[in-house]
Design a protein around this ligand. Structure first.
Ligand SMILES: Nc1nc2c(ncn2[C@@H]2O[C@H](COP(=O)(O)OP(=O)(O)O)[C@@H](O)[C@H]2O)c(=O)[nH]1
Ligand SMILES: [Mg+2]
Length: 317
């Protein structure tokens, strides 16, 4: 059994075990995991949750290593999690990247967890959320959630963090760099990475370009999204990024936005789970199972409207 006290004292093995339980597909494990989370819940919420996204190759892993090491120097405990639904195909993104985060992964105050390959209820993002809570209970004060900015997962990550950071390449001409406009609008900051060597000037131009572009996006928030530049490779600009995030958190806490956003996120999460549980219950209901094929057939043969078929199914619950 997993010892709550050990998790709370930051025991890595206990934490790893708990996360494995969270990620398990077995129903019994899921029950145990939820019981565990329930007990730990009062000890969660005390971290700064940062989402990091960007197209492959932009330097997320390199940045996370540099940023993570910097935070550890500042006395923080840093957990790195990933939401990456594409990982089963590619064999685990962050896992391969662990070599790139070699220095960080050796730190006692860092914990790197690759993306769970599959999510049951709530999907992969659900498990990442729950893992985040476990890490908070274990005393991690900064949680970095990485996602590859090419799918749906970045929306899910944005919905579970306090600050959402989008990494970009120095490339003023190419306007959106494969990052969807919707993602830009979620960003609390854009970070032009690889601002080093011959790219320094281009990075500055890109920074200005996005400053102008973001200025056009009207915002009724207290926070005007920032555009920064850094070199994850040379570890420059990292301090500035952290300063900006601290600034954001301080302001957000003062004006109530921080708490409000977390509440909203939890509410949305609850609603999503209710929907999913309903769907699951429906699928597993024996009456539904036995009646559905015939109803489907009737609908296909135009003997019954889809509305009536759906009604009959719902009545079975
Ligand atoms: N010049 C330069 N190269 C970088 C920087 N950050 C990352 N890279 C390189 O870009 C490539 C992709 O980096 P990686 O961190 O794996 O990107 P990810 O796919 O977004 O995780 C690697 O070869 C890195 O060494 C940087 O700040 N400057
Ligand atoms: Mg990577």
């Amino acid at each position: 059994m997993i010892d709550i006290k050990q998790i709370k004292s930051g025991n890595r093995r206990a934490l790893a075990k708990a996360i494995t339980l969270i990620e398990s597909k077995l129903d019994t494990h899921r029950e145990q995991a939820q019981d565990l989370l329930n007990e730990l819940l009062p000890h969660t919420g005390n971290s700064i949750r940062i989402g990091i996204t960007g197209i492959p190759g932009v330097g997320k892993s390199t940045f996370i290593e540099a940023f993570g090491l910097y935070l550890i120097e500042q006395g923080k405990k840093v957990a790195v999690l990933a939401v990456d639904p594409s990982s089963p195909i590619r064999g685990g993104s962050i896992l391969g990247d662990k070599t790139r985060m070699e220095n960080l992964s050796r730190e006692a105050n860092a914990y790197i967890r690759p993306s769970p390959s599959e999510g049951a209820l709530g999907g992969v993002a659900q498990k990442t959320r729950e893992t985040m809570l476990l890490c908070e209970a274990a005393g991690f004060d900064v949680i970095l959630v990485e996602t590859v900015g090419v799918g749906q997962s970045e929306y899910e990550v944005a919905a579970m963090v306090d600050f959402f950071l989008v990494l970009m390449l120095p490339n003023a001409g190419d306007e959106l760099q494969g990052i969807k406009r919707g993602i830009m609008e979620l960003a609390d900051a854009l970070l032009i990475n690889k601002a080093d060597g011959e790219s320094i000037n281009l990075a500055k131009q890109t920074q200005q370009h996005y400053k102008n572009a973001l200025h056009l996006l009207s915002s009724d928030s207290f926070w005007q999204p920032q555009v920064k530049a850094c070199s994850a490779l040379n570890k420059s600009g990292i301090h500035d990024v952290w300063g900006m995030i601290l600034d954001f958190i301080q302001q957000a806490k003062e004006n109530g936005y921080f708490e409000h956003q977390r509440e909203k996120q939890t509410q949305d999460w609850l609603n999503k789970l209710i929907q999913e549980m309903l769907t699951l219950k429906l699928k597993q209901n024996p009456d539904v199972k036995s009646k559905l094929p015939q109803l489907q057939q009737d609908v296909l043969e135009q003997k019954l409207t889809p509305y009536h078929a759906a009604q009959q199914i719902i009545k079975l619950l």
